[in-house]
Design a protein. Structure first.
Length: 170
């Protein structure tokens, strides 16, 4: 059965910063050229010891090798669909777009919060790096200093007033 090209759904591009892309490429390189050969060597040595069915080193090594291969496949596919966007090249720096760091006042507590809008592969809540597709990220998109946004979060509604918008320098 021949598949028509219209039926093939291509995945949309996902955004990532140059630093995030470099980190994923480095992880791929490290797994492929360092971790995998090392684990392969350990599995070979464990296999040479004899009975593999009760050899914990062999069993663990095979599992670890499978995990590495799974992660390599994921990263290989992911790197192909990622679109690198350099936030420093954003033309309109008065509005919130991908890569912006936004300082916003929580109107309930009066506390300032900092958010850096990044791709899904770069999120880190402890560092204030949130996904551009998260509810807060979506609410902040295209807003300006002084705008108030209301976001539905698990704890209820969150009201934020944008205090500043910053982009990395070139």
């Amino acid at each position: 059965m021949k598949i028509c090209e219209e039926w093939v759904v291509s995945q949309p591009k996902m955004y990532i910063t140059p630093g995030g892309f470099a980190a994923l490429k480095e992880e791929f390189r490290q797994l492929l050229h360092v971790a995998r050969p090392q684990v392969t060597k350990e599995v070979s040595e464990a296999a040479a010891q004899g009975d593999r069915s009760e050899n914990a080193e062999y069993i663990y090594g095979k599992r670890r090798l499978a995990e590495i291969d799974r992660r390599l496949r994921f990263l290989g596919k992911r790197l192909d669909i990622l679109q690198v966007i350099n936030p420093a090249l954003t033309k309109d720096k008065t509005r919130v777009f991908f890569g912006a760091t936004v300082v916003a006042e929580n109107l309930d507590t009066g506390e300032p919060q900092s958010f850096e809008l990044v791709g899904a592969d770069e999120t880190d809540a402890k560092l204030g790096r949130i996904s551009i597709s998260s509810p807060v990220g979506q609410a902040l998109l295209s807003k300006r200093v002084g705008d108030v946004v209301t976001v539905l979060v698990p704890k209820g509604e969150l009201e934020l007033c944008i205090l500043s918008i910053n982009y990395p320098s070139e």
